[in-house]
Design a protein around this ligand. Structure first.
Ligand code: FDA
Length: 305
């Protein structure tokens, strides 16, 4: 737990970023979790994923954008990503972060960029998933989500994090408004005032939310690499007669590929989250924080330097 917090703290530290970026040892690991620094490489990887019977969600890496031009450029890139998905005949939607679209600058800026992307996706019959970031953004993210979902209910969905105490009621709200939810455990460093400090409580909440969403949600996405959770979700859906077509599983690019393929081969809908771009550092560090073996490897090499 202490190591996880340390790693998540480093995910926001510029000096550590510089070290990790320059270190040859992290390169191979970065390649494992990131589908490429440019869109065409990521599209190639996505075609490979599609060929194995799985869908994708392309995520342009980047967050906490602090100037207006960069936020607008991120929205432009996403519009291009949607066009290229269509042109290449790739089966993929997109995942976006509102801080990349300017949420730290102003809500109206993030709204304008978000709306432009969702309109474009809607016109192409595609779909935009709004990722959930740290708890400082939860309320603002949900407020913008409600606003865009009222206007384009079919073209946009949200992510909820089971580690937050508030999520029981957020799940109920999203079920009531027929919104498509991706449920995750939660990846950020959160204080005890807002999130369960113990993993067993996070797991219990995650199980609760998975059941609620499978039972009553609108095509929910169960996003996890936790084999026990994946098995539990399948058993639960089966037990209450919810067919495979009524929900999907989502897993991260480069994590447990064997399991992804096995679940898809059983006939379940599997979507792989495919991050790409040059701004991979915070995403990469959050992935390391989830896996002690990788974390020790990188820390040992950084300390050596
Ligand atoms: P947990 O971390 O409890 O791990 C259970 C087991 O899974 C581990 O023991 C290990 O075997 C395996 N495992 C987990 N992580 C691994 C890794 N990196 N490498 C190898 N094995 C690993 N979070 C968020 O806050 N906002 C968001 O928008 C999203 N979006 C998102 C999309 C998708 C498709 C996924 C899969 C996840 C997210 N997350 C996220 C991340 C999520 O909140 C969570 O941090 C990770 O999924 C890790 O939690 P698990 O449920 O996988 O289990």
């Amino acid at each position: 737990m202490v190591l996880r917090s340390g790693m998540l703290w480093l995910a926001r530290n510029e000096q550590a970023e510089d070290l990790v970026r320059r270190s040859g040892v992290s390169r191979a690991l970065v390649k494992r979790f990131v589908a490429g620094e440019d869109l065409s490489t990521a599209l190639d990887r996505t075609l490979g994923i599609n060929a194995q019977g799985m869908d994708a969600s392309l995520d342009l890496l980047g967050e906490s954008v602090e100037d207006e031009a960069a936020a607008r450029a991120a929205a432009d890139t996403y519009v291009d990503v949607l066009d290229q998905i269509q042109a290449a005949g790739v089966r993929s939607n997109i995942s976006i972060k509102l801080t990349m679209l300017g949420l730290d600058i102003s809500e109206e800026m993030a709204w304008g960029n978000l709306r432009r992307i969702v309109v474009h996706a809607g016109e192409r019959g595609n779909f935009v998933r709004i990722d959930m970031e740290g708890s400082a953004y939860t309320e603002r993210t949900l407020a913008l989500f409600r606003r865009i979902h009222d206007e384009f209910p079919e073209a946009v969905g949200i992510v909820l994090q089971s580690y937050l105490y508030r999520t029981d009621s957020d799940v109920e709200e999203m079920i009531a408004r027929r919104a498509r939810v991706r449920i995750v455990k939660g990846a950020y460093n959160e204080p005890e005032t807002v999130a369960y400090p113990h993993k067993s409580d996070v797991d219990a909440a995650f199980r609760r939310h998975i059941k609620l969403l499978i039972r009553s949600g609108n095509y929910p996405a169960i996003a996890t690499q936790d084999e026990a959770m994946l098995r539990g979700a399948k058993l639960y859906a089966d037990g209450i007669g919810v067919g495979q077509e009524r929900f999907e599983f989502q897993m991260l690019y480069g994590v447990r590929r064997d399991l992804q393929e096995a679940i898809a081969a059983e006939g379940y809908n599997m979507r792989v989250y495919v991050p790409f771009g040059t701004m991979w550092y915070p995403y990469f560090m959050r992935r390391l924080a989830e896996r002690p073996a990788n974390m020790f490897f990188i820390l040992k090499n950084l300390v050596r330097r």
